[in-house]
Design a protein around this ligand. Structure first.
Ligand SMILES: NC(=O)c1ccc[n+]([C@@H]2O[C@H](COP(=O)([O-])OP(=O)(O)OC[C@H]3O[C@@H](n4cnc5c(N)ncnc54)[C@H](OP(=O)(O)O)[C@@H]3O)[C@@H](O)[C@H]2O)c1
Length: 351
């Protein structure tokens, strides 16, 4: 396969760095452009603030360019990790010509745009053709979900598929990297918990339902599930943890729920995509009461694309269950998750 040339916009940020890491040495994509806003005109090495990622010398020596220098004709695809406020204009203008895979929220809620998480809703990719027709674009915008919604959707999807859901409640404990590089100050977060993340709860409510929607004849049918969320910022570097309480529509035993989670494989597995995990969910049994934990689980190699589930138990509510869910907010929740989407779209001939 001829390698697709690509650029990362917002390459210096928390999500942008993950795009760059996932794209360096990628078998299908060649990263040839890095773009930013305030940190431009220097090498990637020179602008890199604290990171635990090892970039290749080719990447470190690349120059960060201003958006004025961006030419869509030079790329097959663009990965965008810019703040939502600027995504509206930048992404729409690029999508007129080439596909944009984005971590920003701006495009997520339009009817002709899926919130794309191929492990769960690969079928929604048919909407990209409709988006192109509606907007008269040669490209399209493919936004991924909000980072909290990623682990939530992956863990609930196999349960929803078999038993349906009548309610979902969750409390999140979200890492500081989810707020962006300059998001929360050390003075605010060290030794502390911040009990509010602007717009996060609304995003979780809207996005989970749209991701679980059924797709038929060019339309998404959104399931009627009451969802409530309370989102908190906690002093963890990476990894969003959530305590999730849910009720199934039809009766299910604890063993049946466990089986659904344990045996879940994504439809995308057959395409052998470089970033698609063989088993998207790692389920801890009741013997592992103290897992998952961000510090222990997310340091394992290749853990960034896994959704960890533990503490699964029945509750006192009818058909009620509870579980703890952990996933990496900047890997599967942003940059590397976006690269997985692009891999799927490439296999489908959309890039
Ligand atoms: N962090 C996460 O866990 C996460 C997860 C899912 C989704 N997201 C979404 O991903 C996006 C980026 O988040 P982040 O956490 O990576 O934020 P961040 O660390 O603050 O990084 C923002 C990046 O955007 C660039 N940028 C800002 N304005 C720009 C403009 N006008 N033109 C070009 N580049 C511009 C910045 O470049 P300079 O450094 O050059 O100014 C920087 O590279 C946001 O929409 C966020 O909601 C983040």
């Amino acid at each position: 396969m001829k390698k697709r040339t690509c650029a990362v916009i917002g390459c210096s940020g928390m999500a942008g760095q993950q795009f760059v890491e996932a794209l360096q040495n990628h078998p299908w994509f060649e990263l040839t452009g890095l773009f930013g806003s305030s940190r431009t005109g220097k090498s990637y090495k020179a602008i890199m603030r604290y990171t635990d990622i090892n970039f290749t010398t080719i990447i470190e020596d690349m120059q960060i360019e201003k958006m004025d220098a961006f030419q869509a004709e030079e790329y097959d695809i663009v990965f965008s990790a810019v703040p939502s406020e600027v995504a509206a204009e930048i992404e729409a203008s690029i999508a007129q010509k080439i596909p944009v895979v984005s971590t920003a929220s701006h495009f997520r809620y339009f009817d002709d745009v899926p919130i794309f998480l191929p492990i769960v809703n690969a079928k929604h990719s048919d909407l990209f053709k409709i988006q192109q027709e509606n907007r008269n674009w040669d490209g399209f915008v493919c936004p991924g979900p909000n980072c909290t919604t990623v682990g939530l959707s992956i863990s609930l999807y196999p349960i929803f598929q078999k038993f349906g859901l009548t309610s979902v409640h969750l409390t999140s404990m979200q890492a500081v990297s989810g707020a962006g590089y300059d998001g929360v100050t050390s003075y605010e977060i060290l030794g502390n918990i911040i009990p509010h993340i602007p717009q996060e709860e609304e995003k979780v409510r809207k996005e989970l339902k749209k991701i679980l929607a059924t797709y038929e004849n060019g339309k998404l049918t959104i399931p009627d599930i009451p969802i409530e969320a309370k989102c908190n910022r906690v002093p963890v570097l990476n990894g969003h943890t959530q305590c999730v309480f849910f009720q199934t529509k039809t009766e299910a035993s604890l063993e049946e729920i466990q089986k659904q989670l344990k045996e879940f494989v994504s439809e995308t597995r057959e395409y052998k995509l470089p970033n698609c995990p063989e088993n998207p969910i790692k389920l801890y049994t009741k013997e592992d009461k103290f897992r998952p934990q961000p510090r222990l689980d997310l340091k394992q190699p290749n853990s960034g694309m896994i959704t960890f589930v533990g503490g699964l138990e029945s509750t006192v509510f009818p058909n009620g269950f509870k579980m703890t869910v952990l996933s990496h907010n900047t890997e599967i929740g942003a940059g590397r998750g976006g690269v997985l989407s692009a891999e799927y779209l490439t296999k489908k001939g959309l890039i």
